[in-house]
Design a protein around this ligand. Structure first.
Ligand code: GTP
Ligand code: SPV
Ligand code: MN
Length: 620
């Protein structure tokens, strides 16, 4: 890998940090000040700090967190300027059961979201929040989703009492007081209120990971507000990410005619030098970061990273679908990441990284399941205890994560933050399915592609609370992230297709499944860098070079059209991965139908037509 940034153990902490240019802040915008002050009256923090995103600010917060035990430095010779945080064992993932969409009308939240009337939710949270920041500092963090000043960017301000959250935001999004200047100039902004809900009494010693057993992640779509109480972990607390860039942004997108999606964004270059831009929506912990950083196993192909989790898409003036990545960093799944599965991520994590709930080696480096075999001896587990390999418990939590700035990614496209984004050639949906869904299929047209997205189901992962492995419907990988009725969301996708048909380039839509298992429970498809073999087939389809089989589920490849040269799989096995089992397909269409019919009159006619078509094909 010629483009790898080598670790530089000699560099000092200060020079390793990328400084963010800041501008002198004159007076904060009156509406932001008023909002901050009104919350401060309720929350009664000891003091209020306006953040500017600078390296100095970050270093101060890191020192503070080291003194309170929230983070511990890793060995600077092995992992310079990097830290490990250990969360409370009760605060390790998104809590979907405590996530609410509080639209004015319950019908607008739809059957897939928890709903509470906005006034009731506000009353409940205001009561919980009385004095909730006592003994703590309230940080005011202005941020931009998307390049500052880009027309596609959207601004927000998060107040939080968690220094861990502030430093994570520094790494993950664009934090700068320039945003306050833009807001002073009249720009809209999303109000993000967050507290860990753990007030400190006079003289009370703080814990390493303050949080509260009572948790609420509440969204008020009409007023573009987020109120989050009780958790400091991931999407519960890092509000620009899922809460803003997906739940609130999906509502903005519905109202303004664009799409906010749980999608990675990449540029693929073929051996002929032709470029293709693709987005892919897979549910949480189902392979977006890995796809976004793929090191192709087919010679001559390259993958450049533009984003790994969220894409905002809009039809441009020429009628083409364009995408940007609104984030500026990664909050990635650690377990399973290794020099063989994802060498680019391993290189990205050379330093300047906050690791949460990973294990720590004897010499002060990080470790997690899947990084190496056998596990090193003398590990400290994610709970800070000596790891006992006999226990059967993992050393790292299955939802252990790394937080790191995107600029450290060696496969990063140099124009990744171009405010104009890139024109999309293909949209990919996928999920984690042990069986039923073939390795890859193409949609017959846009509406069938929307149906493929609408019928994605996936086996649950550790990214959210619940039973790992349990199959659930997860349309567009957005089940936990759509800020409005899922039926209306599908209708919105269909309407974007209509806009695209009117003019520009129609992206192809595909569905993939890397996760079929054999009778021994092992993944059959080699995955990771070999996924380029499937991408190559997509490119052959885009270029019109190969034909397909028209099955009840979708268009599947001829086995010979997928290049498995030098891959660890034979042609018969590949044929199995590409086949559609009629009984299983039929059961899946029934399950999809049952799920979709729960939307009642909100289920778009265009989706119902696709269901009918699938049933008819199964009977034929
Ligand atoms: P979120 O950050 O939760 O949205 O997850 P993600 O969709 O970015 O998933 P990620 O790429 O982090 O992968 C999650 C897990 O799936 C990791 O343990 C990966 O090692 C594993 N994984 C990713 N791609 C593949 C693949 O092609 N095959 C197999 N077998 N596992 C994969
Ligand atoms: C996901 O769960 O899809 C994530 C992690 O990307 S979190 O930020 O916690 O939502
Ligand atoms: Mn995600």
């Amino acid at each position: 890998m010629g483009n790898t940034i080598p670790p530089d153990p000699k560099a000092t902490a200060m020079t390793l940090l990328m400084d963010t240019p800041t501008t002198a802040l004159t007076t904060p915008p009156a509406d932001v000040s008023e909002w901050v002050n009104s919350w401060a009256e309720i929350l009664t923090p000891t003091d209020i700090v306006w953040c500017d995103g600078s390296a100095r600010e970050r270093n101060e917060l890191i020192e503070l967190m080291q003194s309170t035990g929230t983070i511990e430095a890793l060995n600077p010779d092995l992992r310079p300027y990097s830290f490990v945080a250990r969360s409370e064992p009760t605060d390790v993932a998104r809590v979907e059961s405590r996530t609410f969409v509080c639209s004015e009308s319950e019908d607008d939240a739809g059957p897939t979201n928890n709903w509470m009337a906005p006034d009731d939710m506000r009353a409940e949270l205001l009561e919980l929040s009385q004095g909730a920041m006592a003994g703590r500092t309230m940080y005011v963090v202005p941020f931009s989703m998307g390049p500052i000043d880009s027309p596609m960017a959207r601004y927000g301000v998060q107040i939080t009492d968690s220094p861990y959250v502030v430093v994570s935001l520094h790494l993950m999004v664009r934090v700068s007081n320039r945003i306050l200047n833009a807001i002073s100039g009249g720009a809209n902004w999303v109000k993000c209120f967050h507290t860990v809900g753990a007030p400190l009494a006079e003289g009370e010693k703080d814990v390493a990971w303050p949080c509260n057993d009572t948790k609420y992640i509440s969204h008020f779509p009409e007023s573009r507000e987020i109120w989050s109480f009780g958790s400091a972990y991931g999407g519960n607390a890092l509000l620009p990410k899922k809460a803003f860039a997906l739940r609130i942004a999906s509502v903005m997108a519905r109202d303004e005619g664009w799409l906010a999606e749980h999608m990675l964004l990449v540029r693929i270059t073929s051996p002929e030098g032709k470029r293709y831009h693709m987005v892919a929506a897979f549910p949480s912990a189902c392979g977006k970061t890995n796809f976004a950083m793929m090191q192709p196993s087919l010679p001559g192909w390259t993958v450049e990273t533009l984003g790994d989790d969220i894409s905002w898409l809009a039809v441009d003036d020429s009628g083409n679908l364009r995408a940007i990545n609104p984030e500026a960093g990664f909050f990635g799944v650690a377990p399973g990441t290794s020099t063989s599965t994802n060498p680019v991520a391993m290189d990205t994590l050379w330093g300047n990284t906050i690791f949460t709930n990973v294990a720590v080696t004897e010499d002060g480096d990080v470790w997690w399941e899947g990084m190496s075999k056998p596990a090193p001896t003398g590990l400290t587990n994610w709970r800070g205890e000596a790891h006992n390999p006999e226990s059967g418990d993992p050393a790292a939590h299955p939802n252990a994560r790394f937080t790191v700035g995107i600029e450290q990614c060696p496969s990063l496209a140099e124009d990744w933050d171009n405010p104009e984004g890139v024109v999309i050639d293909a949209i990919i949906f996928g999920g984690r399915r042990s069986d039923t869904v073939p390795l890859v299929m193409e949609a017959r047209d846009w509406d069938h592609g929307v149906y493929l997205g609408a019928t994605v189901a996936s086996e649950k992962t550790a990214a959210a609370e619940g039973t790992v492995g349990e199959l659930r419907r997860d349309p567009f990988a957005m089940l936990p992230f759509a800020g409005y009725h899922m039926g209306d969301y599908m209708a919105h996708w269909l309407s974007i297709g209509e806009t695209l048909r009117a003019g520009g380039k129609m992206p192809r839509i595909f569905q993939v499944n890397w996760f079929q298992k054999d009778d021994n429970g092992r993944f059959i498809w080699p995955g990771f860098g070999d996924n380029i073999r499937v991408v190559e087939w997509m490119v052959k389809r885009i270029e019109g070079h190969v034909g397909v089989n028209d099955t009840a589920l979708g268009l599947t490849p001829h086995t010979a059209d997928i290049d498995i040269d030098a891959a660890d799989i034979d042609e018969d096995t590949l044929a199995g991965l590409l086949s559609v089992n009629p009984a299983k397909a039929s059961a899946d269409v029934d399950a999809s139908s049952e799920f979709l019919e729960s939307f009642g009159s909100k289920l778009p006619e265009g989706i119902r037509r696709q269901l009918d078509h699938a049933r008819a094909k199964l009977q034929a």
